[in-house]
Design a protein around this ligand. Structure first.
Ligand code: HEC
Length: 419
């Protein structure tokens, strides 16, 4: 679900395929994605297929009770009550609570965490990019609907505003003064949002090749660093001059995704399509690649206080650590195995936290590098468990913020006390 245009094309194509598959009964190449027949199938495609292909999402999801499905789809697709009833009956019948094609392996332990949830006001917006501002408010974006939103944890108040058309924001970064910035992946822009006026001030990229910016972070000098996923570059934006500059990555098509700053100011980025991390010298903007094990692709990264870079090896179901001096890597198998698809990651007090996005429920995993032991918890979304987290950021008091776009949520995880 990259752009709404692509999503529309795929779902239209899929609707055509689904209609055919009812008549011809089998389509070998896509067998995995065929939903069980039902009189409701066509309305289900019409109701559910315009944001994402419905069949693969449902097939790969965890089943729910009828009430569970009702709660889940209310975060995506309000529909007319008659169709809704048909769809819920169908889903509860074929995808009940025992259905789970990719179960998680949860690891018990003694520590406890708790989950607090806030639900965005626009269902199905693709809620991403959580970040906490100095006043404790939590900012997020709704990528499908070009929204930016704010949660006030004290009052529980949630407000969303519209950004310019085609922004397709992917990420939020907050500067040291509390300024709220978003990354427009759709129209390749950086914007500053003013909650007082509801207006965004938008900067375009100075290089036409810099398409598809993804994730951004501010360094200690107030300079923003961001990945340019489609353009295969690292970007630098100085808010005081309004200038953007770009550093090319020499390896081809690495799809740089996440970005983080080490305590010594070194900028690190993950390659989501190649076995490397990118190291950027913040003075010269020179980029070098640090090789990860063959076949590894890193989704997100987090730098520990000792400068070690931790990454989620999405393609091989592991987490890894890179020593910045020697470039040596070490990896550990994630509890749910090779298909765990570790995704978001954050380090708090030397403990590594991440999620396993390839299994259901999506577990929040704790890894202690000292004892090399794991514990994990299913991420709870109201009364159900569904969807996955794409980002984790640490709050000022050392807890975790996650997003979950399938259930339109900002989730605050209160961690056990350190030590
Ligand atoms: C308005 C847009 C929208 C509509 C309409 C919509 N969805 Fe979704 N759906 C989403 C988003 C956004 C996600 C999250 C995708 C992701 O995580 O990449 C999602 C994810 C899912 C998932 C995957 C959950 C998981 O565990 O990963 C399932 C299942 C699903 N939708 C079912 C449905 C059904 C059934 C309907 C129709 C009743 C529906 N959707 C209609 C936006 C929508």
């Amino acid at each position: 679900m990259r752009t709404s245009r692509t999503a529309l094309v795929t779902s239209a194509a899929f609707a055509a395929f689904a209609a055919c598959s009812l008549m011809i009964a089998s389509a070998p190449a896509q067998d995995d994605y065929v939903l069980p027949d039902g009189p409701e199938l066509f309305s289900l495609e019409a109701q559910c297929g315009y944001c994402h292909d419905a069949a693969p999402s449902i097939n790969r999801s965890m089943g729910q009770t009828r009430e569970g499905w009702e709660e889940f789809v209310s975060h995506m697709a309000p529909s007319d009550p008659h169709t809704q009833d048909q769809i819920l009956d169908y889903l509860a019948h074929h995808f009940g609570p025992t259905y789970n094609p990719r179960p998680a392996t949860l690891v018990d332990g003694e520590l406890e965490v708790s989950f607090q949830n806030w639900i965005g006001t626009t269902p199905g917006q693709g809620l991403r990019g959580v970040a906490q501002a100095p006043d404790q408010s939590i900012w997020f974006v709704g990528t499908r609907n070009n929204n930016i939103g704010r949660v006030e944890p004290e009052t529980g108040r949630i407000r969303e505003w519209s950004l310019p058309a085609n922004t397709m924001p992917e990420n939020v970064a907050i500067d040291a003064q509390g300024g709220v910035w978003f990354i427009g992946a759709g129209n390749s822009t950086i914007g500053r949002f003013d909650a007082e006026t509801g207006n965004a001030t938008v900067t375009e990229m100075s290089d036409a090749e810099a398409r598809g910016p993804n994730t951004a972070v501010f360094d200690a000098n107030g300079v923003m660093w961001f990945t340019v996923e489609r353009g295969n570059m690292i970007g630098r934006f100085d808010p005081s001059s309004g200038q953007t500059r770009f550093a090319p990555i020499t390896a081809e098509n690495t799809r740089p995704f996440d970005i983080a700053i080490a305590p010594d100011g070194t900028v690190w980025a993950s390659c989501s399509a190649s076995n490397c991390l990118i190291r950027v010298n913040p003075q010269t903007m020179e980029t070098t690649q640090v090789a990860l094990p063959e076949g590894a692709t890193a989704r997100r990264i987090s730098v520990a206080s000792d400068g070690a870079v931790w990454y989620t090896n999405f393609s091989q179901g592991r987490i890894g650590r890179v020593d910045p001096q020697s470039g040596e890597t070490r990896e550990w198998d994630s509890p749910s195995g090779a298909n765990a698809q570790p995704y978001a990651i954050a380090i708090v007090d030397g403990i590594v936290w991440y999620n396993e996005s390839g299994v259901r429920p999506d577990p929040l995993v704790r890894f202690d590098p000292n004892t090399e032991t794991f514990q994990s918890w299913p991420i709870q979304s109201g009364n159900i468990q569904a969807g996955m987290a794409r980002q984790m950021r640490v709050t000022s008091d050392g807890n975790l913020l996650l997003n979950q776009d399938a259930t339109n949520r900002v989730i605050l995880v209160t961690l056990p006390p350190a030590g």
